[in-house]
Design a protein around this ligand. Structure first.
Ligand code: ADP
Ligand code: SF4
Length: 684
């Protein structure tokens, strides 16, 4: 299919200094947990995006010196010449698909605790370093500043040798020395690098000039800068110094890559902000420079992209997450296949890879991070290896993805769902406050399934073992999901909590099914991801007095890894939810919950009429257990295998369920044990 002429503007080439991007799709720097430790995986992952049509593909942060390293994160590294070959793998792979390769050179200054190198961190002034590390950065003297500039020059030279087309000077995200020098709160120097904005911007200017001088003949020099830190007058603002510094240096770099900071504001989840949400902060940039401007905003809609270009907000559609969820997004627009776009849901599971120094993963795209080690491609699957049929029971994320992938492979697939709606847990959860974009997990898959004539879908079909036997498919996949526990068992309580068998006790499943608890309500969150916080928000919005009790140090503690923790605390506090931390539920009485301090065991009471227990889930595996208990019946029915996947095996994230469905479908007929083998990278 030809693309719609409305989108032609997105495919215009754009010049960036000495190089030209083939279109306006630009994968901005983003971390992926692979970096210098897994360079082959890194190269393969970035290459797939180049193949998918992105014109520019950037690395993640690339450390330029051991005095500014990001351990435990594993990002890119260019400390000396020995680091060049690993990065050259990426540039070669990206170039093979006609894209430009960009590198984000970084010295993290006082944002680094240098946990690996043990070097003393550096900063514009003496200040604490790292996160909560008991480590300080020392104030750089003029010799240190000269040394830093030399490190940056050397890294730029090496980047050019590694084959990069764009070299970044980084001043984003409350990270990197040029930003730290800009920030009044961090910089209280009295020399020519402190005081006035001009002085505080001196280092940024010098490093841009150095980089241009060093590699600017063949490489474009890009600046990534946070134009607003969303800290009000305490920080850089787009109406104040953010605007002034860009105006001051407007024509110096070849490209401005602009965003808001900190990272949790830049990579805002869909729960807290819409597509294109950075426009109010970044729109001024194009008015003060003639250089091309790239910005991000979780762009997945081509109409929004066109609007950004036509209205003069951006020249390039920057993307990290949309390129992760769909590496082929540009190609799909180019080929007029909009219905095939796998839209990012804005959940930030991808961010957790960096946080855990593990290969990136994505809720929507189960192949992300698996391109090299498992040989998975986001748009291609191997053909079927037999003519066997597969019955999948349950059409949640696991069942839908399994059916889609098996269908793509050419298998005869039968997908049976107990309910009328397909989508399982995402149907219910997408009705919770802020989670509406999560329905894209279902929508993308249903859209794809409609094209597969070899996949039959049966709604309103709750299958029993007898049904499964009658069906007689060669393989049976049980994707029947899980259900929230009612007994309070979780991480803090290993035994059932006394008193939870009474009226007035609800699970998240009850609330999502429409139960109306009476207030005041205690939400007991021993799950620690989004559910406890989101239910507290919902019940509070319905007018109840809500207390969120958690054995953790804060509400939704795991969301620290998805960059949502601070946003969640703020929202809950602002709407009037009381947060009681470090307490486990001890017993439930008629009109109160009894809590125990997780440190001292000291008891306290919270009056409440209802309790919502958000602790853990159990697999819905009755069907699975019944089937595998009767091997003879399976044999008589000609059923060769029965496999539980996703929440039906062990409840986890939606990302894990999608991955499980995909993984099963890839392995069928190719791996005798049903597991997908993966390659590892070894040093040297
Ligand atoms: P997952 O995240 O593992 O995909 P979900 O809980 O989202 O799990 O989805 C499981 C789906 O399975 C639900 O839509 C549910 O209605 C369906 N289901 C559960 N038991 C049966 C059954 N016996 N027959 C058909 N469908 C079932
Ligand atoms: Fe988007 Fe979630 Fe995938 Fe990240 S993990 S790219 S936020 S869908």
């Amino acid at each position: 299919m030809a693309r719609d002429a409305r989108y032609d503007i997105l495919f215009e080439p754009v010049r960036i200094g000495p190089v030209t991007a083939r279109n306006r799709f630009y994968q901005v720097p983003h971390c992926d947990g692979m970096g210098h430790r897994r360079p082959k995986a890194e190269a393969a992952s970035r290459a797939v995006k180049a193949e998918g049509g992105w014109a520019v593909i950037c690395t993640q942060e690339c450390e330029i010196h051991p005095s500014g390293e990001v351990t435990p994160s594993v990002e890119a590294r260019l400390w000396d010449d020995k680091d060049i070959p690993a990065l050259a793998l990426m540039t070669e792979a990206v170039h093979r698909h006609g894209a430009l390769a960009g590198i984000e050179l970084v010295h993290n200054g006082p944002s680094s605790a240098n946990r690996y190198s043990r070097e003393v961190p550096l900063g514009p002034s003496h200040q604490p370093a790292g996160r909560y590390d008991p480590v300080q950065a020392r104030a750089m003297d003029l010799t240190d500043i000269r040394a830093y500039r030399q490190w940056h020059r050397a890294a730029a030279r090496r980047a050019k040798l590694a084959g990069f087309d764009l070299v970044y000077v980084y001043a984003g995200h409350d990270l990197s020395l040029p930003m730290h020098f800009l920030q009044r709160r961090r910089n209280n120097r009295s020399d020519e690098y402190g005081g006035s904005l001009e002085n505080r911007a001196r280092l940024l200017r010098e490093v841009i000039e150095d980089t241009k001088e060093e590699v600017g003949d063949t490489c474009a020099v890009a600046v990534r800068i946070a134009v607003d830190e969303l800290l009000g007058p305490e920080g850089i603002t787009s109406e104040g110094e953010g605007r002034d510094v860009i105006a001051m240096l407007a024509e110096l770099p070849d490209l401005w890559d602009v965003n808001v900071s900190d990272w949790d504001n830049d990579s805002l989840t869909s729960r807290f902000g819409p597509e294109g949400g950075q426009e109010p902060f970044t729109a001024f940039v194009k008015k003060v420079t003639s250089k091309p401007v790239v910005g991000v905003g979780r762009f997945t809609s081509p109409d929004t992209m066109v609007s950004q270009i036509k209205r003069g907000v951006l020249d390039f559609i920057g993307a990290a997450r949309p390129s992760i969820a769909d590496p082929f997004l540009p190609k799909k627009i180019e080929e007029g296949r909009l219905e095939d776009i796998r839209e990012c849901i804005g959940c930030n599971i991808c961010v957790t890879g960096d946080r855990f120094a593990a290969p990136i993963r994505c809720t929507q795209n189960p192949t992300m991070g698996e391109e090299w080690r498992k040989g998975w491609h986001p748009e291609e699957v191997p053909g079927k290896s037999t003519d066997e049929s597969v019955l999948i029971v349950g059409a949640g994320p696991a069942g839908l993805e399994c059916a889609r992938t098996l269908g793509e492979r050419g298998y005869e697939v039968h997908l049976a769902e107990a309910g009328t709606d397909l989508g399982g847990r995402v149907v219910l959860e997408s009705h919770l406050p802020g989670l509406s974009a999560w329905i894209r997990v279902r929508d993308y898959r249903i859209q794809q399934l409609t094209k597969l004539t070899n996949v039959q879908i049966y709604r309103d079909s709750r299958l029993t073992p007898e049904h499964v036997h009658e069906f007689g498919a060669a393989h049976v996949v049980i994707a029947t999901g899980g259900a929230w526990r009612r007994d309070g068992v979780g991480r803090a309580n290993w035994q059932a909590v006394p008193g939870l068998d009474r009226a007035g006790v609800f699970t998240p499943g009850d609330i999502m099914a429409g139960a109306q608890p009476e207030g005041p309500i205690v939400v007991y969150d021993d799950d620690h991801y989004y559910m406890g916080g989101v239910l507290a928000e919902k019940l509070r919005a319905e007018g109840h007095d809500v207390t969120l009790v958690t054995p953790a140090h804060s509400a939704s503690a795991w969301t620290d890894y998805t960059l949502e923790l601070a946003h969640i605390q703020k929202r809950l506090l602002e709407i009037g939810v009381t947060i009681v931390a470090n307490q486990r539920l001890a017993t439930m009485q008629v009109d109160h919950a009894e809590l125990a301090c997780v440190y001292t065991g000291t008891r306290s009471l919270v009056p409440c009429a209802s309790l919502v227990t958000v602790t853990a889930r159990l697999p819905n595996d009755d069907l699975y257990r019944a089937l595998i208990a009767n091997g003879d019946a399976l044999k008589d029915a000609g059923i060769g295998s029965v496999t539980a996947i996703g929440d039906a095996l062990a409840p986890s994230t939606i990302a894990a369920a999608v991955y499980a469905g995909h993984s099963y479908a890839r392995a069928l007929g190719t791996n005798p044990d049903g597991k997908v083998a993966f390659k590892r990278e070894f040093p040297g």
